[in-house]
Design a protein around this ligand. Structure first.
Ligand SMILES: [Mg+2]
Length: 243
């Protein structure tokens, strides 16, 4: 048997090292992103409800803000006050929404980096759908509560993402995160509000602002404060470049 020279052994080791590097699987990264106050810089759900629900909504909002009722109950009570068509309410949304200036660039960055991005919202599907279509990003999957347009300008709300063991939020974002946990190596969470507190605590990297930032700080959960997607882009680009 021919004995391998030291040079051959080194060459083989190097080739194996390169092969190993190339075969190393990429980190599967999921970005879960809130909608109201995050992608939309205004709270579209609040704006729509306060505009269309009319009298009776003030008391529902007070009870929700005082934590006496959860968002599911607040939505159910509010829906009974609505008298509006899909066309009318969608026109209002597109006239009043403001989208973060850097969200489109952020979505492109995620695509180029191999990050999956999904929207998780305790808001309503019709306005998320209308806004994403309007900015040409309706290929992004989203999870939310569902507004059903009935006849005679009546509406009702359905909660496909409800967690029956909790009932606080209409759409339980923690359950969505947990459902994806085994499919990804890293889950990044971006949000600002009440319904983001539970899922953010289970995420690997969190960008938080407003109420979410304060609540996570109180609970000792590490998070990065941001003002908009421009800040998040700067952070993730620097992180990817190892700087
Ligand atoms: Mg929000």
């Amino acid at each position: 048997m021919k004995k391998r020279s030291r040079v051959e052994t080194a060459k083989n080791s190097y080739a194996e090292f390169i092969k190993g590097t190339m075969e190393k699987p990429a980190v599967r990264t999921l970005v879960l992103c809130d909608f109201d106050g995050t992608i939309a810089t205004n709270d579209m759900g609040y704006d729509v409800i306060s505009h269309f629900a009319g009298e009776g909504w003030g008391e529902i909002n007070r009870a929700y803000c005082a934590d006496e009722i959860g968002s599911m109950e607040a939505y159910r009570k509010t829906a009974s006050l609505f008298k509006v068509s899909r066309e009318e309410i969608t026109r209002y949304v597109l006239d009043h929404v403001t989208v973060d200036d850097h969200f489109g660039e952020f979505a492109s960055f995620c695509r180029d980096s191999g990050y999956e991005i999904k929207i998780v919202s305790d808001g309503l599907d019709f306005y998320i759908d209308a806004v994403l279509k309007n900015i040409g990003l309706d290929d992004i999957e989203f999870y939310s509560n569902v507004l059903i347009f009935e006849d005679e300008r009546r509406v009702s709300v359905e909660f496909p993402g409800l967690n029956s063991e909790c009932l606080k939020c209409g759409n339980c974002k923690s359950s969505i995160l947990e459902g994806y946990r085994s499919s990804y190596d890293m889950i990044i969470y971006i949000g600002d509000g009440y319904s983001d507190i539970c899922p953010a605590q289970d995420a690997d990297l969190v960008f938080a602002k407003s109420l979410l930032y304060n609540k996570l700080k109180e609970r000792g959960k590490e998070c990065i404060h941001y003002h908009g997607f421009g800040d998040i882009l700067l952070y993730l680009k620097a992180r990817n470049n190892g700087t």
